[in-house]
Design a protein around this ligand. Structure first.
Ligand code: CMC
Length: 378
C-alpha cells in the first residue's frame, strides 16, 4: 500500500510508549505522567532514572537497592581505561564515549535480551559507568590519571568529584542533578529512535547505547549544546547580540539552541535551565555568557516568535556547565550520561513487543539499465 513520504518522519508515530509525553503547544514535558518541574523540585536523577526504567516511583526499599546497585557498579575495568589511553587525545569526547561503551559490551555477556535479570544489571552498569567514562576521558586526554568514584558521594556529587578531585559545593551538585533529570528522556528524538532501531534487531544494550551516542553527537541534536556556548563566546558581549542575530538570520543560518520539531513555545527544559543558571550564579558569581544569552533570546524573539522558534534545552545548559569549569566539548557527553536512562527505558519497553524496524522507501532511480564494460564508458 503506498504511503505519503514524510521527510524526517515528521509527525509519523514510530512506537507506542508510556515513558514520556510532550505537549508542544503548551510546553509541557512529563516523565511517566509526572511533570519535569515537579521532578526537578522533588526528585533526584537516580530516582528519576528508576521511574523512567521501571514505570513507577520506587518505594524506599527499591530506591535504596537501586542506589546501592548503581553506586557499586560505578567503577570501570582498568582495561577500559587502558583502551581509552590509546585513543588520540584531540579526538572528540563523544567518540571516546562511544568507543568505551561499545567495548564495555565485550566484558559483559548481554546477548540474551530475554533474560530479565541480566537486563536489570545491564541497565545498572550503563547508568553507573557512563559518568565514570566521561570523567576519566576528561582527565586522561590531558595526561592525568582517572579518579576512581567515591562510594560515599551521591551520583552528581561523585561525577563532579571525579572531574576535579574535589567535592563540589552543594549547590553545584543540586543544579547538576537537575540538569541530568531534564536531559534524561524526551520521547521519540533521533538518538532514542536510533537506539530503538538497533534494539529491534535484538542487539545487546551496550550496542544499543553506543548507536544512540553516535546519533546524539550531531549538531542538530545533542551536539547543539556545545555549539551554543561557542556561539555565545563568539558574540562576546550583550551589546553585540542583536547585530549577530540579525546577520545570522539574514545569512539564512540557524541560531543554535533554538527551534524544535515538537515545541512551538519555549521548551520547558530551557525555562528550568535558565532558572537553574540564575540559582548557580547567585551562589557562585555571575557569568558573562548568561547576559549574552538573554540578549540573544530577546533579539531572536523579534524575528522567530512568529515562526514558533524559541530556545530549546541546549540553549541554557552549556552556560551552567561552563560556569562549573567543564570543557565545552564535554557538554554532549553530559547529555549522553543523563539520556542513557531514557534510551534504556525505551529498550526495555520495546522488548515486550519487539518488531524489527524495516521501513519502506520510495524508489526514485532508474530500471532496466545495462551494464557498460569499463573500457566502453565515457
Ligand atoms: N534558527 C533559525 N531558524 C530556524 C531555526 C533556528 N535555530 N530552527 C528552525 N528554523 C527555521 C528554518 O530555517 C526553517 O525556516 P523556513 O521554513 O523559512 O525554511 C523552519 O524554521 C523549519 O526548520 P527545520 O529545520 O525544517 O525544522 P525541524 O523541525 O526539522 O528542525 C531543529 C528542528 C531542532 C533541527 C531545528 O530547529 C534546528 O536546526 N535548530 C538548531 C539546532 C538545535 O538547537 N538543535 C537542538 C534541538 S533540541 C535538543 C536536542 O534534540 O538535542
Amino acid at each position: 500500500m503506498p504511503h505519503d513520504f514524510m521527510p524526517g518522519l515528521a509527525g509519523v508515530p514510530a512506537a507506542k510508549s508510556a515513558i514520556s509525553d510532550v505537549d508542544g503547544a503548551r510546553g509541557v514535558l512529563e516523565y511517566r505522567g509526572i511533570r519535569v518541574e515537579e521532578l526537578c523540585a522533588s526528585s533526584s536523577y537516580l530516582e528519576t532514572a528508576y521511574l523512567l526504567l521501571f514505570g513507577h516511583l520506587p518505594s524506599r526499599g527499591e530506591l535504596s537497592k537501586w542506589t546501592e546497585d548503581v553506586t557499586r557498579h560505578r567503577r570501570v575495568k582498568f582495561t577500559i581505561i587502558d583502551l581509552m589511553k590509546c585513543l588520540p587525545e584531540h579526538g572528540h569526547p563523544m567518540d571516546a564515549l562511544q568507543a568505551a561503551v561499545a567495548a564495555l559490551g565485550m566484558f559483559y555477556p548481554g546477548r540474551n535480551v530475554k533474560d530479565v535479570e541480566n537486563n536489570y544489571w545491564s541497565a545498572v552498569r550503563l547508568v553507573a559507568k557512563l559518568p565514570t567514562i566521561v570523567a576519566a576521558w576528561a582527565r586522561l586526554r590531558r595526561g592525568d590519571e582517572a579518579i576512581p568514584p567515591r562510594d560515599d558521594l551521591e551520583f552528581s556529587e561523585n561525577f563532579l568529584y571525579m572531574m576535579t578531585e574535589s567535592v563540589p559545593p552543594a549547590v553545584w551538585s543540586e543544579v547538576f542533578d537537575d540538569c541530568l533529570i531534564l536531559h534524561a528522556e524526551h520521547t521519540m528524538n533521533a538518538s532514542t529512535f536510533t537506539g530503538m532501531i538497533t534494539a529491534s534487531t535484538l542487539a545487546d544494550p551496550y550496542t544499543v547505547v553506543a548507536s544512540s551516542i553516535g546519533s546524539l553527537k550531531g549538531p542538530l541534536h545533542g551536539g547543539a549544546n556545545e555549539e551554543v556556548v561557542q556561539m555565545l563566546k563568539e558574540i562576546g558581549t550583550p551589546g553585540h547580540a542583536r547585530e549577530f542575530v540579525v546577520q545570522r538570520l539574514a545569512d539564512k543560518r540557524k541560531l543554535m539552541g533554538f527551534g524544535h520539531r515538537v515545541y512551538k513555545v519555549k521548551d520547558p527544559r530551557a525555562v528550568i535551565l535558565q532558572s537553574l543558571s540564575v540559582k548557580l550564579f547567585k551562589a557562585c558569581g555571575s557569568s558573562p555568557l548568561y547576559d549574552v544569552a538573554v540578549e540573544v533570546e530577546r533579539a531572536a524573539s523579534e524575528h522567530l516568535d512568529a515562526k514558533g522558534i524559541y530556545p530549546n534545552v541546549d540553549f541554557y545548559s552549556g552556560i551552567i556547565y561552563d560556569k562549573m569549569g567543564i570543557d565545552v566539548d564535554l557538554f554532549t557527553p553530559l547529555f549522553a550520561m543523563a539520556r542513557v536512562s531514557g534510551w534504556l527505558a525505551h529498550w526495555l519497553e520495546q522488548l515486550h513487543e519487539n518488531k524489527l524496524f524495516r521501513p519502506d522507501q520510495i524508489y526514485s532511480g532508474e530500471h532496466n539499465r545495462s551494464y557498460v564494460p569499463l573500457n566502453e564508458r565515457s
